[in-house]
Design a protein around this ligand. Sequence first.
Ligand SMILES: *[C@@H]1O[C@H](CO)[C@@H](O)[C@H](O)[C@H]1NC(C)=O
Ligand SMILES: *[C@@H]1O[C@H](CO)[C@@H](O)[C@H](O)[C@H]1NC(C)=O
Ligand SMILES: *[C@@H]1O[C@H](CO)[C@@H](O)[C@H](O)[C@H]1NC(C)=O
Ligand SMILES: *[C@@H]1O[C@H](CO)[C@@H](O)[C@H](O)[C@H]1NC(C)=O
Ligand SMILES: *[C@@H]1O[C@H](CO)[C@@H](O)[C@H](O)[C@H]1NC(C)=O
Ligand SMILES: *[C@@H]1O[C@H](CO)[C@@H](O)[C@H](O)[C@H]1NC(C)=O
Length: 533
Amino acid sequence: MLPSLVLVSSLIPLFQVAFGATAEQWRTRSIYQIITDRFALEPGAVVNECVVSEQTWCGGTWRAITQNLDYIQDAGFTAIWISPVSQNYHGPRSAYGDAYHGYWSADISKLNDKFGTADDLKARLSRSLLRYLMVDIVVNNVMSTSLTPALSTYMFTKPQHYHPYCPVDYSNITSEQQCWLGDTQVALPDLDTENADVISRYSTWISDLVQTYSIDGLRIDAAKHVRKQFWPAFASSAGVFCMGEVFDPVVANVADYQGSDALDSVLNYPLYYALVSAFTIPGPQNMSALIDNLNQSRAGYTDTTVLGNFLENQDVPRWHNLSVDPQSTYNAMTFTFLAEGIPIVYYGQEQYFSGNGDPYNREPLWLSNYTKTTAYQLMASLNQLRNFMIYTTDWATQQMRILAASQNGIAFQKGEVVTVLTNIGAPPQNLTNTVFLSPWPRGTVAIDIVACRQFVVASGGFLQVEYTKGGVPVVLVHPSALSGSGVCADTVGALYSGTVPSDTVAQSSALRFALAPSLIALVMVAVSGFVGG
Ligand SMILES: *[C@@H]1O[C@H](CO)[C@@H](O)[C@H](O)[C@H]1NC(C)=O
Ligand SMILES: *[C@@H]1O[C@H](CO)[C@@H](O)[C@H](O)[C@H]1NC(C)=O
Ligand SMILES: *[C@@H]1O[C@H](CO)[C@@H](O)[C@H](O)[C@H]1NC(C)=O
Ligand SMILES: *[C@@H]1O[C@H](CO)[C@@H](O)[C@H](O)[C@H]1NC(C)=O
Ligand SMILES: *[C@@H]1O[C@H](CO)[C@@H](O)[C@H](O)[C@H]1NC(C)=O
Ligand SMILES: *[C@@H]1O[C@H](CO)[C@@H](O)[C@H](O)[C@H]1NC(C)=O
């Protein structure tokens, strides 16, 4: 049985308009990331195959996003992040195609007319419950098809506004910050962000952009390629939450860009690499990498509750390219929603898209017919629970606590929610995994909100999850904490009316009888599996 899709977000006061959202506000959000060119077509547009290897525009627009917000809202997301909106390179095709992705800045004082008009970009507010809009911005560089760019085509027109050309030496931090990304065919001329004119003009630009389009937050491309001292004043001019891209597997390097001397938040790349190590199949299935990451994160970041947690984005392979097992996706995805931080889902993750890196991971969403797949429904359940917990408790600021961990599993508690994950994958296994001390006394009934089934806590407060129907994610909550949420409404309702669904009782006692009585930890075996995809 699938959990109800009733949206908790309708309970949350989403209608009030409050521009300039802070870190405190953003930590209550979950974000759906969009490449504007690839998310949706307007009615009447010719539905094209959008061959990703051609690296050209496929026709998505801001208006088409606004027309298709229901698909995002129905999955319980409460914010969108859209690809850069500024004018891009539009000359002859480059060695890597056209600027459909929006990251090849030209004159950023203008909007990119490929995606619509200023009114189209503003209009998203009028129809949207998703009033939190995060816009991707590129500050570090512009784009040029030669090493001698025509400066008049950019917002910054003077040679002294740019660092002189040099190729990046990744063993030298100054070089990473001042030399030019890209290559000689598609060069990314690097702004001199030490230059007073550049600093001042950027400050005015970002303030205008945020106010003109009622932007609530910024995702900052290539943030680590700008000296971090640049960011506090820039972010202050923006006046909104800023999440920087620091593409690096090492917690210390990424954490360096979070804090009052840098940015509010960073994308959690180290967690991404740890999740790949722990959950991909085939893969090292190394749960220690995740435990180590959590340990380092606790010590390293100034605030883990506002980090951006993700499995995919436009720069890394789709999860399904790395891992074909659907349960590997469901378990890793569940971690990104229920651990500390802000969950981010890259469009198409819910459709099991499987392209490798750039450009194959920028598939057109319309070919999916926006089907409400099992992955989509799992996201809806996780968002529904998370939104409700945030609305009713101080869940957004609570820290997680690891209850148990092994090479095959991890159990953690955050607030009233206990999450039990495994990396064994979909095939059923005779594996008794993840016995852990629950926060509840013996006899307590907890609801697994993924499959809407019940677990009963054993003597000593222990709980055990088995995978006789495959390695499903299990998310346990005390039913009293779900009252009024709509989450697993039938199961929760039955408990409160005193009638436990009969199939659950039967399975529970039959299995208890069939298995070794010496296993005192065992109370309930996961039988009504969630094997989807
Ligand atoms: C590091 O890179 C900067 C910028 O290119 C350069 O000026 C400096 O000499 C480099 N340092 C070393 C030790 O190579
Ligand atoms: C697993 O991850 C840990 C921590 O990151 C690392 O020390 C260890 O070498 C990894 N083991 C394997 C088999 O990859
Ligand atoms: C976390 O790190 C601390 C200090 O480095 C260490 O003492 C502790 O054992 C680590 N815990 C885990 C679970 O790795
Ligand atoms: C991963 O991507 C590559 C390149 O697009 C593709 O050839 C391969 O089939 C993909 N793998 C999976 C499992 O989808
Ligand atoms: C989407 O719909 C079209 C037309 O009905 C169909 O041919 C195609 O197979 C569908 N694709 C998916 C992924 O469901
Ligand atoms: C699981 O274990 C039980 C009891 O030991 C055994 O009867 C059954 O055949 C096993 N199933 C599998 C799939 O290995």
